[in-house]
Structure formats: C-alpha cells, structure tokens
Design a protein around this ligand. Structure first.
Ligand code: NAD
Length: 357
C-alpha cells in the first residue's frame, strides 16, 4: 500500500482495502484529481475517468473509491485479467469546455502516468473518446480512444450484445428456452445501450415495449414496430422481462414489491437501490441477472483494445456472459441463495485464486 503525495494540501492515505489512493491538485487546472486503485490482483486496475461537478472534494474521492471497488468485482466476475480502479476529475462546473477542460484532462493524464500502468483509464460519465485522446498526450495507459486512433470506440453495441446474452440465459432458466421470440420485454431507457438492445430483441422476434424520458426516442419504437410506454409506468409494466437501461437505483423496496415482470435483466449499473433487495426478488420468484455481469460488455470492449483481441475473442467473452449468468442462476437455486450473492462469491473466488497464499 502506498500514497502519492504530489501536492501536500490535498494528499490522502489509501483507505483500508485499497492498494493506492492518489489525490492531487492539477498543476494546470487547479482542480482536484483522485484515482483509487482498489486491486491489481488480476491485472492492471482499469476504470473510467469520471468528470463530474461534486458538491465537495470528499464526495468525489468517495465516488472514486466505491466505483473502483465495483470495477474489481466486475472484471473478476467477467473472467478478465484486470483489476479495479477509478479516476475522478472534480470539475468546478457541470460542463467545462475549452481551455479549462483540456487543462483538467492533461492534469489527469499526468496523474495516470505517475501510477506507472497500475491504473489504466477509459471513458466514463462526463468523458468520451475525444477526451481520451487528450489524456493520451500525457500517458499511454488509456483505452477507449477514437476509432481513427486505433481505439475500440463506442462500447454500447458490445454492452447490448452482452445484455442480450444474459437475457437469453435468464429466459432459459425461467421458461426453458433461450429464444426471445414472442417474449414481452420492456426496455426502460432507449439510449446507446437500450436502443441497441431493443433493436436486437425486435430482430429476434420479441414483443418489445420501449420507454424513455426523451420523447424523441419514440421514433425508434415506431421504426422497430415496438410499443411505447410512459416512463412513469414503465418500471411496473406487466411483462416477461424488465430491462432497465437508464440510471441505477431505480429498483427500490416499494418498486420491487410491486414489480409485474418475471425477469430483471439490465444494463444500468447498480440497478438495485440496495443489495438487500436481491432476496426480495428471489422470494417473488423474479429471476435477476446481476448487472455487473450482464453489462460487462463495455469493459470487455476496452479490454479487447488493451490486449488487441480479435473479433472472435470478443464474441467468445461476450457469449461467456450468458454462460456465467446461467451458472449463477443454477447455483442460486441449488444453494438457496440469490444470483447476486452467487455473482459476488464467484468474483471473490477468482480474486482469492489470484492472490498467492
Ligand atoms: N454504454 C455502455 O457501454 C455501458 C456499459 C455498461 C453500463 N452502462 C450503463 O447502462 C446505462 C445506459 O447507458 P447508455 O450509454 O445507454 O446511456 P444513454 O445516456 O445513452 O441512455 C440512457 C437513456 O435513458 C433515458 N432515461 C433516463 N432516465 C430515464 C427514466 N427514468 N425513464 C426512462 N428513460 C430514462 C435517457 O433519456 C437516455 O435516452 C447506464 O446506467 C450506464 O452506466 C452502459
């Protein structure tokens, strides 16, 4: 465990359970940059660069730590040779542009470089492929570069394919067939991932219903021959599969008690407001595909860039999401536990196996 003290006024000690915690003030921008390296047991700690306007610096640091820990589990459960980390850039405004944005990204690149490859950064909330290209001016430890720079580009098509693989495994477990044909699926949030998922499902013959806060997404429903449902009603729609593809935390206790679906399979990170809702879903006989496995396609996409994997290798890893979900659902039934508990146990076994005794 080590602490990098670059500018003493904002230095921090790595908290228990973390390998490293770097906090520094960017020399060009003056903003606080925090990078949490949770684990490198399986490989370099990979996790996006979140550019966000936090109420306090402490909130940004806590966000980096929580997200870094989650990345360790996501990579381990997906069977990737990656650890977990996360970077945050505590922006002074919500959408910084121009010279300030560039200065913050270059400062972030220097911070990444100072970790010597133990942390590899990528896109996250508030950053995109063009930002990764700026960060790459200061460090080689960056993925998610634009296509024209040899990067993996937009991860959402791979994420959507992974969610579909998870969904098929859930269908097989619940109804005895993986085929989405004739299955009623409600996709809540028809953005990059949800829109693609809806299209794949429609192509596979599912009865798709779409919802989005943005009414212009209705065009997609019309194009796919899908139904449209008001966002206020979508989560409680009567359907076979609920696929939340918007923000996390949408399934809280009152909502879980009233769900009318048989399967929850989603792209949104942390869709359960509280892990303790997993047994409630199980008691209601609602099959749940843990999101950190179902949505691992995005991570697989940048992993492929890091290791220069070919198309077939990526396809195998994405299809592996379906196999993993199938094994987890069977194990949960066998042990009388929940899919979430089995997914966490799987990640812990892989992490444990990677640490020499
Ligand atoms: N993009 C990826 O590859 C990827 C990978 C892993 C996880 N995820 C997660 O999947 C989710 C979707 O990601 P995305 O890239 O498609 O985002 P996006 O911003 O492109 O799409 C989200 C959509 O949800 C809609 N929305 C927001 N709140 C809603 C609500 N209450 N009801 C209905 N619609 C609502 C938005 O209008 C938007 O169209 C996020 O939680 C993200 O963290 C994405």
């Amino acid at each position: 465990m080590s602490t990098h003290v670059i500018h003493p006024e904002v230095s921090r000690v790595a908290p228990a359970g973390f390998e490293e915690m770097l906090v520094r003030r960017g020399e060009r921008s003056g903003v606080t940059i925090a990078i949490a390296v949770h684990s490198t047991a399986l490989g370099p700690a990979l996790g996006g660069a979140r550019l966000w306007h936090y109420a306090t610096t402490e909130e940004g640091i806590a966000d980096a730590q929580g997200l870094a820990r989650a990345m360790t589990y996501k990579a381990a459960a997906a069977g990737l040779l990656l650890g977990g980390g996360k970077g945050v850039i505590c922006a002074p405004t919500t959408h910084p542009e121009g010279g300030l944005r560039r200065a913050m990204l270059l400062d972030f690149g220097d911070a990444v470089e100072s970790l010597g490859g133990r942390y590899v950064t990528a896109e996250d909330v508030g950053t995109g492929a063009a930002d990764m290209a700026v960060i790459a001016e200061r460090t080689a430890h960056v993925v998610g570069l634009p296509d024209e720079r040899g990067g993996s580009g937009d991860p959402s098509p791979v994420t959507a394919r992974g969610v579909l693989a998870a969904l098929r495994a859930c269908l097989e477990h619940r109804f005895g067939s993986p085929s989405p044909a004739g299955v009623r699926v409600c996709v809540v949030g028809a953005g990059h991932v949800g829109g693609r998922l809806a299209a794949l499902l429609a192509e596979a013959g599912a009865e798709v219903t779409i919802s989005d806060l943005d009414p212009s997404r209705r065009v997609l429903a019309d194009r796919l021959g899908a139904a449209w449902i008001d966002p206020a009603e979508a989560i409680l729609a009567d359907c076979d599969v609920l696929a939340p593809c918007a923000l996390g935390g949408v399934l809280d206790a009152p909502t879980v008690a009233r769900l009318r679906c048989r399967i929850v399979c989603d792209a949104a990170n942390n869709v359960l407001a509280d892990d303790r809702l997993a047994p409630v879903l199980a008691r209601r006989e609602i099959v749940y595909a843990p999101d950190f496995i179902a949505n691992a396609g995005g991570l697989i996409n940048v992993y492929a860039e890091l290791h220069q994997l070919d198309h077939q290798a990526v396809t195998d890893l994405v299809d592996g999401i379906g196999s993993t979900i199938g094994l987890i659902l069977e194990a949960a039934d066998r042990h009388g536990t929940t899919p979430l508990a089995e997914a966490q146990a799987l990640a812990q076994r892989r992490l444990g196996a990677a640490v020499p005794t």
